[in-house]
Design a protein around this ligand. Sequence first.
Ligand code: CP
Length: 310
Amino acid sequence: MKHLLATEGLDPDLATAVLDTADGLKRTLLGREVRKLPTLRGRTVITMFYENSTRTRVSFEIAGKWMSADVVNVSAGGSSVGKGESLRDTALTLSAAGADCVIVRHPASGAAQRLAGWLEGTGTSVVNAGDGMHEHPTQALLDAATLRERLGGIKDRRVAIVGDVLHSRVARSNIHLLSALGAEVVLIAPPTLLPAGAGALPVTVSHDLDAELPALDAVMMLRVQAERMHGGFFPSAREYSIAYGLNEARTRLLPEHAVVLHPGPMLRGMEISSAVADAPSAAITEQVRNGVHVRMAVLYHLLAGEEDAK
Ligand code: CP
């Protein structure tokens, strides 16, 4: 693997290999006092975040450090980006400074792909840590890892992605990855929060959450992304919460084995109630924990060399 830019088009065998590696790393580190492997000693990983992040940024930093890579964090605010330096010049600078891998989050859809193009021939890998409304591939991989653990597999499981699908890179990455791994994906949202091309995606579409809940193995609640809704929010926050919020009464409609996911950050009381977020059926902290192992696995497959990564 040279870069990880998207799950659309990602070979399902490669995705499964990354998930298997993550699982192996998790087992290896379980119960260890010192969680440090020598695998990426001498490698340099740079995170470059042009948008806020807690989970993705921290877990990539921990992942790199647990594999003994040197990890450097660059924020747009504290770098020469603030003086007007372009994304291209910033990327070339980081590569010239010795980055083996640049992990980028950017508000523009397609930014990670552009970066990979500019770095062609430099030997620097690029990981997309979220680009605009396009993709967030490591989030989908950690969601898949959590579903595998909770449900014993993904193939033929029915997974709903609920809420603000229109603005969600998490939804897009999960649609492509979960369907490639054999899941049946259902999008549940008001018509105003579905993308125009939803009919062309490998999904079924519903507007009725209550009707879908009894036949689901997993339900993934999405954050309502007010920061991307420049024309206002329709339906209103209250109407949205009544029709699409996951509360205790609704979870009673789910089968007993069903798992509740949320990528975070959560808007408690909006798309998910506190009681549901903190219940045993919710795997939200497990998602975060698995995020570290999945990101370790991604760095391993990118940087440890083809032979090692098999
Ligand atoms: N899920 C996710 O990407 O969270 P952060 O924005 O905190 O990284």
